[in-house]
Design a protein around this ligand. Structure first.
Ligand code: 2HG
Ligand code: ZN
Length: 462
């Protein structure tokens, strides 16, 4: 059964006929994720220009029992923002709602609409002398609404936390079309349940984020970027301890990158690290408003060599060199995609278990899925490794997931540290989260979205 024509007409009345796409090439980018792993078939795409119009569209869906899939920049890695193939779900794109409504440099807040590109918000904060510290490779196309709905992580979580930690206020359209306006800019607000937390990270299954107030931070005057080679992940952990001792809370990123990752970047992006070949690399960023950071970083590097924790290393001499070091890290995902098919795992384990996890997962794959190659990299400072398995035809993704996730579970880890569940990990979550935890989630879903119309099939099985 397809969507009734009169419903599509109603959407056109609400959003304007130019903003309802029902077919043709314009529909394509909304129908599938960027890795082309989760092809869907939307009944239509609707692109409203205001929260009031989002509310009217959702109300129409509620009345006609039509399911809808909210979509921001469509940069997700778990298929959370694309519809299924039934032809009965509509995509509600927030990309026309891109305004920055307010920046308060003294109160250190920014209020932006859901469709505002993350990079645009970062630049606006910088122009006001402040910093929005959410930073990810997809920041040029990811949107504020998507970042909040997915509780995005990125490279600065070590210092500033996940997106959740930076959200002060939220406006959400609920599944019946009501607007819940909690766009407060308060640092302290302990008045009753903090309901916005439910929607942050809910991946569009409970409500549609239409605007958010985010915390800003002072813009550090000095920063240091260093790339070090280490023998193994154990050495990388010892380096983390040293860096924490020497640079304290000035560290904002501590990224682990395997030799395989850099080989892929050399092959597909033509970029090479400016230090000797090693099995593992660590990219460190520290920032401070106080002088003396570089001296502290140089002393730390000296100690790392003395104690034979680091095999080689370089500290960027300029902003341009720092950008080159970061480009090596930021090209990993794209280079992996160019190499061929991969089965991604976005896992976290307790920090001290990371080296064991890497060894055990490698052994389990060598016996359970011979012929696969591992591209491991990620946010070591957060215990979050992107343990991506490069596969050939004939390898079975589901059994590779099982092999890796069993090792994660044995270490008390999580099957998604930052990318979320979407549709990709919905079955895995059922397996690895306990019954009572899943039941809490289902109760919340039933209470907030009793008709199950918001992003069905994502995060939770019905
Ligand atoms: C990153 O850390 C992103 O670069 C993408 O989270 C990770 O491609 C991936 O698996
Ligand atoms: Zn990541």
């Amino acid at each position: 059964m397809s969507i009734p024509t009169d419903f599509l007409e109603r959407l056109k009345e609400i959003a304007g006929p130019a903003y309802v796409i029902t077919d043709g090439p314009d529909l394509e980018p909304y129908a599938i994720d960027w890795r082309k792993l989760f092809p869907g078939r939307p009944a239509c795409v609707v692109r409203p220009s205001s929260s009031a119009l989002v509310a009217r569209i959702v109300q129409a869906c509620h009345e006609s029992e039509i399911a809808l899939v909210p979509q921001g920049g469509n940069t997700g890695l778990a298929g959370g923002a694309v519809p299924d193939a039934s032809g009965r779900q509509i995509v509600l794109s927030l990309n026309r709602m891109a305004a920055i409504r307010n920046i308060d440099p003294v109160g250190m807040t920014i209020e932006a609409e859901a469709g505002c590109i993350l990079k645009v918000a970062q630049d606006a904060a910088a122009a006001a002398g402040r910093m929005l510290p959410i930073s990810l490779a997809a920041e040029g196309s990811a949107t504020i609404g998507g970042v909040v709905a997915a509780n995005a992580g990125g490279v600065n979580v070590l210092r500033y936390g996940m997106s959740r930690n930076l959200v002060l206020g939220l406006e959400v359209v609920l599944p019946d079309g009501t607007i819940a306006n909690g766009l407060r800019r308060l640092r302290k607000d302990n008045a009753g349940y903090d309901w916005k937390q439910l929607f942050i990270g809910s991946e569009g299954t409970l409500g549609i984020v239409t605007a958010a107030v985010l915390r800003l931070l002072p813009r550090p005057k000095h920063s240091v970027t260093a790339l070090l080679a280490v023998a193994d992940p154990d050495a990388a952990l010892r380096l983390l301890e040293l860096v924490q001792d020497e640079l304290g809370d000035q560290i904002s990123a501590f990224e682990l990158i395997s030799q395989t990752s850099f080989q892929l970047v050399a092959k597909h992006a033509g970029l090479k690290p400016p230090i000797a070949e090693g099995e593992w690399f660590v990219l460190i960023e520290a920032a401070s408003s106080l002088a003396g950071l570089r001296e502290a970083a140089e002393a730390m590097l000296g100690t790392a060599f003395e104690r034979e924790i680091a095999l080689d290393g370089v500290i960027a001499e300029s902003g341009a060199q720092a950008a080159q070091l970061w480009a090596l890290r930021e090209h990993v995902t794209e280079s992996e995609a160019k190499e061929g098919k991969s089965v991604k795992h976005d896992v976290s384990v307790p920090l001290t278990s990371v080296p064991r996890f890497l060894v055990e997962a490698g052994q389990a794959l060598a016996s359970g899925a011979p012929g696969t190659r591992v591209n491991a990299f990620g946010h070591l400072g957060d215990g979050n490794i992107h343990y991506n398995v490069l596969v050939e035809a004939g390898h079975d993704a589901a059994s590779i997931n099982r092999i890796v996730h069993d090792v994660v579970a044995a270490h008390g880890g999580s099957i998604s540290a930052e990318h979320g569940i979407g549709q990709y990990r919905v079955g895995e979550l059922e397996r690895y989260r306990s019954g009572p935890e899943l039941e809490i989630a289902r109760k919340i879903k039933r209470a907030v979205d009793p008709q199950g119309l918001l992003n069905p099939g994502k995060v939770l099985l019905p």
